[in-house]
Design a binder for this molecule. Structure first.
Ligand code: 2DT
Ligand code: MG
Length: 210
């Protein structure tokens, strides 16, 4: 991904918050580790917020949510575009928050599927992608999937293959089967580095643009 990022603005050398994304299969620990990271950064006196995608609080997010909970049917293209739209509707707030110095810890972002990248073009690129790596079979052994549309072993196997295709050398791959406290410490170290670099004025960039 890094190689495909472009610099948005030459003059953008001001201190800002970091856009930090956690990715991984269902039950890989993203949600727990995201809230741990939030507490950690706040404890150090940083301004930080926890976000997640899909953001089910918006109208678009509601459509996604009813699809995921099997209350509605949508074809694959439609739902992919809705996932993208759900990120687009948050883009300007995201930029405002980052520029005002708030770090965003984001529980899932744009990397769930490989094949539908065009609508993602121009979304903000993460400064850091943390991938919580777990075998689909191991994840399935953890306290039950919640019963949503994608929470099935066969599907999670496909998702794992997609992530393999999508991830690049800039991603930090964390073994999600280590004890939670060990994962937490590793994440803290990587995140703090990233926050520091962004504070020093690393420019914001866009996803997928060449
Ligand atoms: P949670 O279980 O984390 O609430 O996610 N998904 C998510 C997509 O298919 N495309 C996307 O762009 C995003 C952000 C993965 C609900 C499900 O939504 C799926 C799981
Ligand atoms: Mg889920």
């Amino acid at each position: 991904m890094a190689a495909r990022n472009s610099i948005l603005s030459e003059s953008n050398s001001e201190s800002r918050g970091a856009l930090i994304v956690l990715e991984g299969l269902d039950r890989s620990g993203k949600t727990s580790q995201s809230s741990n990271l939030l507490k950690y950064l706040e404890g150090l006196g940083h301004s930080a917020e926890l976000w997640r995608f899909p953001d089910r609080s918006t109208d678009v997010g509601q459509m996604i949510s009813s699809y995921l909970t099997n209350k509605s049917q949508l074809d694959d293209h439609t739902v992919h575009i809705l996932f993208s739209a759900n990120r687009w509707e948050k883009r300007s707030l995201m930029e405002t928050k980052l520029k005002s110095g708030t770090t965003l810890i984001v529980d899932r972002y744009s990397f769930f599927w490989g094949g539908f990248l065009a609508p993602e073009d121009g979304l903000l690129a993460p400064d850091l992608v943390l991938y919580l790596d777990i075998q689909p079979e191991k994840a399935a052994e953890r306290a039950g999937y919640g019963g949503e549309r994608y929470e099935q072993l066969e599907f999670q196997r496909k998702v794992a293959r997609c992530y393999e295709v999508l991830r690049d050398a800039s991603w930090k791959i964390i073994d999600a089967c280590q004890p939670m406290e060990d994962i937490e410490k590793q994440l803290q170290e990587i995140v703090l580095d990233c926050v520091t670099i962004c504070q020093k004025g690393k420019p914001l960039s866009n996803l997928w643009s060449s």
